[in-house]
Design a protein around this ligand. Sequence first.
Ligand SMILES: [Zn+2]
Ligand SMILES: [Zn+2]
Length: 212
Amino acid sequence: MGLHIESFSLGPLQTNAYLLKGSEEGKAIIIDPGMNPAALIKRIADLEIEAILLTHAHFDHMGGVDEIRKLKQCPVYLHTLESEWLDNAKLNGSTRWPQVTGPLTTDPAEFDLADGLELNLIGETFTVYHTPGHSPGSVSFLCGEHLFSGDVLFRLGVGRTDLPGGRERDLIHSIQHTLYSFPDEVTVYPGHGPRTSIGYEKQRNPYVPEGT
Ligand SMILES: [Zn+2]
Ligand SMILES: [Zn+2]
């Protein structure tokens, strides 16, 4: 069967939220429900949401968590290194751009993510890869040949590293040693912008030097 993927561009920063369905009828998970999730909420009316997975805790990726978690009673998964960010508006960045949003907070995540963890959800297996650099607890999720890369790797771009806990050296290392170790045909679904593939980025991404 495989994964069925729908994307929603949410909020003022056009953050990609992904609604995923697998082999279990009527169930879905959401990766990164961003701000102003009305379109997504409308779409999930008849679905059981098994989990909300966060690639990291920046406000533009977690802005819709509170509303969806309350509506669907679903648990949230986030890397341990950002476990204090959801209820801290300074850490999640929402106090930094007052012209974009007021402070955003929600309760802490129910489950901690760590590198190598395998999550069995919606009848599929998602492997967690710790890919720090854009933020300390950034993770990527791999399910078959689908990679959800958050703000680590974009089509012809990479995540910024000037926010708290960001580090360029870590970001490049995460891409070269973790993401680029996946087969060329793996499709990459980033946190912003269009999808791409590992092979395409390996050949053309101008921000990632070759080799180590
Ligand atoms: Zn981010
Ligand atoms: Zn983002």
